[in-house]
Design a protein around this ligand. Structure first.
Ligand code: NDP
Length: 284
């Protein structure tokens, strides 16, 4: 009998549209780097097909999959178990399949936190969070669970900001409030960490969130969730003021590292993943 094994471990992603999602290249580069016999399959799954796609993954014994837009909330209906922070956030981007059971987690905020922890411990810190969409929600909850002292959520639509602030207050030890965003905003002097979690700067290296740059201080950490282009104008301006900066590539890479830890119990080389993404974005 042959000892060869022709069946790869299966992982992947369900979203739509998905053609421009580079996660497959990032993760498969790392699988190859570590000589792991696994595949990551980028699947275009329409909203009405999610239930069948999830059942298919279970039937074909995939070990896990990512959910991206528009499935991050809807997928909750099909899961057997949900991690604490994903339950609070109300969205899942990473599903593991163990013994036929579907277990959901949200690794977006965790990926951000892993990047942030490379430069500071968020415990006890004061945060100004720009934006109140899905990325901001995941980041706010993880920062609260990591014992940030205070989070101010600033958004054009203050009602959306208040929903996130209330989630943080109700589920974590952090204090949270809201600031309406109307014109160029000042960054309060006592802010330790400023985070752009809006979509401003995506695909455009010259736009930046409306802020009074002169209010940045050099001991602040300024982070951006925008992965492409990674060196956003906000980060360039903040660097000019002497701030420590963090780009959105780190968040994207680290959320992928955490997903594969859930699926395979292995920690992939973040450097290989980051280089793959950089090469793709530079070539675009
Ligand atoms: P959403 O559409 O849910 O939210 C977008 C947010 O940006 C809203 O708060 C919106 O404000 C705000 N916004 C958009 N345009 C402006 C503007 N001109 N002025 C002020 N505010 C604005 O998006 P997501 O939260 O899902 O994603 C946000 C960004 O995060 C995306 O660019 C995405 O690429 C990135 N991202 C990066 C990840 C990574 O791993 N690096 C992971 C996930 C997301 P309002 O509510 O007032 O409309």
């Amino acid at each position: 009998m042959s000892q060869q094994n022709f069946r790869s471990i299966l992982t992947g992603s369900f979203s739509t549209p998905c053609d421009d999602n580079p996660t497959v290249a990032m993760i498969e580069a790392a699988y190859q780097h570590h000589d792991i016999d696994a595949r990551y399959i980028n699947c275009d799954v329409k909203a009405e097909a999610l239930k069948d796609a999830v059942a298919g993954a279970r039937a074909m014994e995939w070990v896990g999959f990512n959910c991206s837009l528009p499935h991050k909330v809807k997928v909750l209906e099909y899961l057997d178990e949900v991690a604490e922070s994903a339950r609070i956030i109300g969205a899942v981007n990473c599903v593991s399949i163990r013994d036929g059971r579907l277990i959901g987690d949200n690794t977006d905020g965790k990926g951000f936190l892993a990047s942030l922890k490379e430069v500071t411990d968020p415990s006890g810190k004061k945060v100004l969070l720009l934006g109140a969409g899905g990325a901001a929600r995941a980041i706010a909850v993880e920062l609260g669970l990591a014992s940030a002292a205070h989070i101010t959520v600033m958004n054009r639509d203050p009602k959306k900001a208040e929903t996130i602030a209330a989630l943080v207050r109700d589920n974590t030890s952090a204090k949270a409030d809201v600031q309406a965003w109307d014109g160029d905003a000042s960054v309060p002097e006592d802010v330790d960490i400023l985070i752009n979690a809006t979509s401003i700067g995506l695909g455009d290296s010259e736009t930046m969130p409306p802020l009074k740059i002169e209010t940045l201080r050099k001991d602040m950490i300024v982070a951006d969730v925008i992965p492409n282009p990674p060196r956003t104008r906000l980060l360039r301006e903040a660097e000019g003021k002497g701030c420590t900066v963090l780009d959105g590539l780190g968040m994207l890479v680290n959320q992928g590292v955490i997903c594969v830890e859930h699926w395979l119990g292995k920690t992939l080389d973040a450097g290989v993943m980051e280089k793959t993404l950089k090469d793709i974005f530079d070539a675009a």
